[in-house]
Design a binder for this molecule. Sequence first.
Ligand code: AMP
Length: 172
Amino acid sequence: MEYIKRHIRDVQDFPSKGVLFKDLTTAFKDARALHVIGWDLSQLYRDKGVTKVVGIESRGFIGGSILAFELGAGFVPARKPGKLPADTISMSYAKEYGTDTIEMHRDAITEDDIVVLHDDVLATGGTMAAAYALVKSMNPKKIYVNFIIELASLNGRAALPPEAEVTSLIVY
Ligand code: AMP
């Protein structure tokens, strides 16, 4: 864990003034840190029978793919509007300024699936709350929620439903 932490770069005032951005590209580019992230994430879900990992565009695609591979599960992208080619379902959510929307393929999840929803960072939780609602609407057996980094001071967990089982590798 300490090894991963040492490879996370703090960028002040990105993407806007006052935000301390947790940059994981410096961890992903280090072979050992990338390996440890994949291994540590997978250890959280090893015995849970996970069948699909849903990664949120775009930084959630990296850890989500590694996690899916490690677990022997499938990978499903949750994307920005207009990117997925087939029939989609979508969910909109409030951002600091205006709203945003995420989409998934309508046939991405079945009622037999056990799902891990993954993103790199939990900040205010708005993005994950929308993704959670979207996956829930497809009625899988179980949904787990996972982050590499959780920014506890922003209290993103409060945006998620109380029944959501949230696990983060690193909490700041
Ligand atoms: P949220 O506020 O939880 O909806 O976060 C939206 C997205 O922005 C997440 O998917 C994160 O990848 C990213 N994000 C928000 N705040 C930060 C931050 N301080 N450092 C790194 N990524 C962030």
